[in-house]
Design a protein around this ligand. Structure first.
Ligand code: MLT
Length: 264
C-alpha cells in the first residue's frame, strides 16, 4: 500500500492528517479537500485494500475484513514514519478509521467521521452487499456498482454539477472488480463500533451532508451522542460525497479537528 502525500508538511506543522476514502473509490476523492486544509501539516491518503492501486492481486487479499484494511493502513503509515495522526474517513473510510482506532489506538490522535456510521449493516443491507459482490465477480466488471455515481451525490449536485457525477463514475470505472467485491464483503462483516467511540476521549468531528441519504443525519447524531468530545458539522448542498461536493466546508471541519488534536 502506497502512502500518497497529497500535501507535504513544513517544519513544526502539527500532526499529519490521514484521509481514508469511500467505496467504490480511491484516494483521489480527497484531492479537493487536501489543498484546502489550513496550515502546513502533511496531508496523506492511501488506496485501501482492493481499491485504486491496491488491487485485489497486489498483494493477494486476505479474507474480507475491514480489520485487515486497518492493519494495512497502520503498516503503511509506520513504514512512512507516521506513528500518530489525525485520521478522517468518508463512509467506508470511516468504518476503517474506527477499526484503526480499535486495533491501533496509539495511532489515532483525532477522528474525522465523514458521511459514515458506527453501526453494523442491517440484515437486508448485508444481503444486498453480498449479492452485489457476487454480481461483480460473475460479470468481471464494475457495472453493478456504476449506478452508485449518481446516488452518492445529493440532489443539489445532481442538478447543478453533472461533471462531478461524471468524475465519480470515471473513478468507479477505474476500480478492480475483485477488489470491489472484497470491499463489499468486508463492509458486510463489520461489527457495530459505537461502544468504541464512547471510550475515545480525543477530539472527534462528525461531518454529514445535509442531503446524504446513505449515511444520513440520524447516523451522524448517533455517533455524536456516543463520542465524548464530538462536534457535528452539517454540510449544506451536499449528499454522501461531501468531501467532493463541498470540499471547502469539509476541509474547514477537518482543519478545526486537527487543530484540536494538536493542542490536546
Ligand atoms: C461509501 O461511500 O463508502 C459507501 O457508501 C459505504 C457503504 O456502502 O456503506
Amino acid at each position: 500500500m502506497t502512502v500518497h502525500v497529497l500535501r507535504e508538511a513544513s517544519a513544526d506543522a502539527g500532526l499529519p492528517l490521514v484521509l481514508l476514502h469511500g467505496f467504490p473509490l480511491d484516494h483521489r476523492m480527497w484531492e479537493p479537500v487536501a489543498g484546502r486544509v489550513d496550515g502546513a501539516r502533511a496531508v496523506l491518503a492511501v488506496d485501501l485494500p482492493g481499491a485504486g492501486g491496491s488491487t485485489a492481486a497486489d498483494p493477494a487479499l486476505p479474507e474480507p475484513a475491514l480489520e485487515a484494511s486497518a492493519d494495512a493502513v497502520a503498516h503503511a503509515l509506520a513504514a512512512a514514519s507516521v506513528d500518530r495522526a489525525v485520521v478522517a474517513g468518508l463512509s467506508m473510510g470511516g468504518y476503517v478509521a474506527l477499526a484503526l482506532l480499535e486495533r491501533h489506538p496509539g495511532l489515532v490522535a483525532g477522528l474525522g467521521l465523514v458521511d459514515t456510521r458506527s453501526t453494523a449493516d442491517t440484515d437486508d443491507a448485508r444481503a444486498n452487499r453480498l449479492r452485489i459482490a457476487d454480481e461483480v465477480l460473475a460479470s468481471g466488471s464494475v457495472d453493478p456498482v456504476r449506478p452508485m455515481a449518481g446516488m452518492l451525490v445529493g440532489e443539489t449536485t445532481r442538478a447543478s454539477a453533472p461533471d462531478l457525477v461524471e468524475q465519480i463514475a470515471a473513478w468507479i470505472d477505474g476500480q478492480d472488480p475483485g477488489g470491489v467485491a472484497w470491499s463489499q464483503r468486508a463492509m458486510a462483516a463489520r461489527p457495530d463500533r459505537t461502544e468504541l467511540l464512547r471510550g475515545f476521549a480525543g477530539p472527534v468531528a462528525v461531518v454529514v451532508g445535509e442531503e446524504d441519504q446513505i449515511a444520513p443525519l440520524e447516523a451522524a447524531e448517533h455517533m455524536v451522542a456516543a463520542a465524548p468530545a464530538a462536534q457535528l458539522v452539517v454540510v449544506p448542498r451536499s449528499g454522501h460525497m461531501s468531501a467532493v461536493e463541498q470540499p471547502d466546508e469539509v476541509a474547514a471541519a477537518l482543519s478545526d479537528l486537527a487543530a484540536r488534536a494538536d493542542s490536546a
